[in-house]
Each structure stands twice: as C-alpha cells, then as structure tokens.
Design a protein around this ligand. Sequence first.
Ligand SMILES: Cc1cc2nc3c(=O)[nH]c(=O)nc-3n(C[C@H](O)[C@H](O)[C@H](O)COP(=O)(O)O)c2cc1C
Length: 220
Amino acid sequence: MTIKAIIINGSPRKNGHTAALLGKVREGLEASGCETKTVNLRDFGTFGGCVSCLACKVKGSKCDGVCAIRDGLRPLLEEVKETDILVLGSPVYFHYPVAAVRAFTERFLFPQLDYTNPGVSLLKKKIQCGFLYTMHIPGDTMFADFGYEQTLGATVRSFDLVGSSEALYFRGLTVFDPPGRYAIGKELEDVFTDMKRDHYAEYEREAFALGQRLVEKARQ
Ligand SMILES: Cc1cc2nc3c(=O)[nH]c(=O)nc-3n(C[C@H](O)[C@H](O)[C@H](O)COP(=O)(O)O)c2cc1C
C-alpha cells in the first residue's frame, strides 16, 4: 500500500528555515517510499480560525468531518482528512505557532471531535502527525523559561485526536539573514551565526529521521 503524506509549510516565508527543514522531512519520507505533496498555507488565500458556527456539531450534520466554512482553506482540509501522514511546520511568533497554523488546527480538528463519544475522532483512519517548529531563541534556558515545550507542545498534542503526534524544536534560526543587513546588535547576530554553524547539520539529520519515523508508524 502506498503511504501518502501532506507537508504543510505554515510560514509566510516560502523559502525560510521552516520550508528548508520541511524539505529534509520530505527527503526522509520519500527515502522510505512515501508519496509526498508540499503546500504553503499562504497559498490558500485569507482564512481565519473556527467561527463557532457549530454546523459540524448539529444533530444529523452533513459536514462529515470537514469545516462548513466555504473558503480557500476547505480543499486542503478535505485533502488532509485522507492522508496517512501530516507534517506541519511553523515558525514561532510571540511564543506560539503562527496564526495561520492555529487557524488550520482549529478548522481541521474541531470537525473531527465526536462529542457523543468524547475524546474520539470521527475520522475513519489514523493520521501520523509530525510537527516542526523553528524559532530564534538560542539556548536551553530561554526555551525552558518561556515554557515552550508546554505552549508549543499543546498544539502538537491536540493532533493525537486523529492518530499520533510528535514534534521537533529547532532553535537559533533568525529571520534576520543575511548578517549585516538588518538593524540588530552585533552580539546577537554573532549568536545566530554560531548557532547555525554548530547545529544546522544536526537539525537536517533530525528532520530527515522524522520523515522516516513517520512512515514506519504509518506502516504499523
Ligand atoms: C513577527 C515575528 C515574531 C517572532 N516571535 C518569536 C518568538 O516569540 N520566539 C522565537 O523564538 N522566535 C520568534 N521569531 C523568529 C522566528 O520564529 C524564526 O526566525 C523562524 O525560524 C522563522 O521561520 P521562517 O524562516 O520559516 O519564516 C519571530 C519572528 C517574527 C517575524
């Protein structure tokens, strides 16, 4: 059976760090024989989160696990429902996933929730979900102080509803690239340059391995 994966880049930057590391996940997926499709959330027009219309929860609803709002995001929501693997990448903005990723999360997951059977999904199949976060905070201490594993992890864990979830957190990746172009302090700029030099190859290996692991899970 062919395993299919959808890779969603939630970053507004189509060629940023999130896109590059998602590319490594894609290589890992494909090396394990998985069929992949990559999309940018930016290409689905202007969309917001759940508006609490509750059309998907009305008795006898015909929504069948797809958000009732008919906008640009809907075709993607329909497609993700059928995938075996979902890979979602997001930069961290003000300590949380970007707004587009939160909107996607609300619009994809809420229609799957079966309140006649709490904690259970309406989805007929299981989706193995892998998250990839990129952020600029450099060190372990700041990551812990801001409670990133809890706050960012909460969005990740909500995808357990449809199967399984796991996440990678890549630090020290700045949007202020190339060095020298932007009005930021030299000391901070050097921290980012050093982080990338010392850790980026490992990030790429971890991203590749995530792709392979997700295929293994999907085959089980
Ligand atoms: C508006 C904005 C807010 C940001 N907020 C944070 C933040 O709270 N914590 C953090 O570690 N990085 C923050 N960053 C940095 C980005 O998360 C980081 O550079 C990320 O790797 C960018 O991903 P991209 O290259 O795919 O766009 C912020 C960047 C922007 C533009």
